[in-house]
Design a protein around this ligand. Structure first.
Ligand code: SD4
Length: 337
């Protein structure tokens, strides 16, 4: 804990812009020069490890970062990291204590991707808190990649997961209050935030990713969002980098957002520019974007990171070299102000 330094990031304003841009262009130049002569250039300039996560998930991301610092593989670090939010009853969009569907059932979605490009996911699972770890079990212990609902839950018990009630007294109370109006109006950055997506590069330079959520609050029974769907909520290609999404899953699914971000990086865009372009694909479809939030975070093989959202209010956690930062994300609607 005492190694951590908390910085409210000012990279998007004032002096922060100048320093940030200068640092990035120096780094790009250094990368280019090294790449011209040495194929291991990325290994020479990248940070020794890095973990990033969506929203204000400092404890989870620092846990992952500290495990990476100890030399743990990226996949192990992120699964342990997100487990903190899955077990946090106060986080109403992940794990225990999450907001239920309209009928009062808490159903969770999660997926993982390994540096080898393997993938595992669980959809609409009830009674299991650590669904990211369960998604990993699907990836590693079954011949399949996606398991849903009761089948996924039964599989969890065979793997030693405990049955636990996910609807807490607080989430039940909030749901009963909601039932009085049954008004389904997801509010930007309010009821739908805190899905945790986490990407990490370990000390051997390998990248893995995870996403875990209860999805949209008061969704229809059986609704599944982008978070557990490969290429939409999450995509990792260890040759290029990784991206993870949060926000209105329906819109991320329609643009296959995380795969898009990774492919844009493959074609030479920085993580930042790639996130901006993926948001652009959503907003150019029409004015509906005014009513919902979507955000992406991404990292590339050089350990550069980026984040971008439609609306103000999105933050990314970043942990590298023993330091935790809160990055206040830039956003599309700023241009309209
Ligand atoms: C979903 N993308 O199920 C998720 C929700 C989310 O921050 O990310 N909320 O659509």
């Amino acid at each position: 804990m005492n190694r951590r330094k908390f910085i409210q990031n000012t990279a998007l304003t004032g002096a922060g812009i100048a320093t940030g841009v200068a640092a990035i262009s120096c780094k790009e130049e250094a990368t280019q020069q090294l790449e011209a002569t040495d194929t291991s250039a990325e290994a020479l300039v990248r940070p020794s490890y890095i973990s990033i996560s969506t929203w204000n998930t400092e404890r989870a991301n620092s846990t992952s970062g500290e495990l990476l610092a100890q030399g743990k593989p990226a996949l192990d670090a992120i699964i342990e990291g997100v487990a903190i939010e899955e077990a946090n009853e106060k986080n109403t969009t992940v794990g225990i204590g999450a907001t239920p569907d309209r009928e009062g059932n808490v159903t969770l979605d999660a997926c993982v991707m390994s540096p080898e490009g393997d993938y595992g996911a669980v959809l609409a699972v009830e009674n299991i808190v650590h669904v990211a770890a369960l998604a990993r079990k699907v990836m590693e212990e079954t011949p399949h990649v996606i398991m849903a609902s009761k089948g996924a839950e039964e599989f969890a018990y065979t793997q030693g997961f405990k049955k636990q009630k996910l609807l807490t007294p607080a989430s039940e109370k909030a749901w009963k209050e909601w039932l009085k109006t049954s008004d389904y109006q997801p509010e930007i950055n309010v009821e739908n935030h805190d899905t945790i997506g986490m990407l990490a590069m370990d000390t051997s330079g390998k990248i893995a990713g995870v996403c875990t959520t209860s999805g949209l609050g008061y969704k229809m029974k059986g609704r599944v969002g982008d978070s557990p769907i490969i290429g939409s909520g999450l995509f990792v290609d260890d040759e290029v980098g990784a991206a993870v999404a949060t926000g209105m899953g329906e819109e991320v699914l329609k643009t296959v957002g995380s795969f898009l971000v990774v492919e844009l990086m493959r074609n030479g865009m920085s993580p930042q520019k790639a996130c901006e372009e993926a948001i652009q694909r959503i907003v150019k479809k029409g004015a509906r974007y005014k009513d919902f939030q979507v955000a992406y975070i991404a990292m590339n093989k050089a350990g550069e990171t980026g984040s971008y959202a439609i609306h103000e209010g999105f933050t990314m956690m970043k942990y590298q070299e023993g330091t935790s930062e809160t990055i206040v994300s830039d956003y599309y609607t700023k241009k309209e102000k």
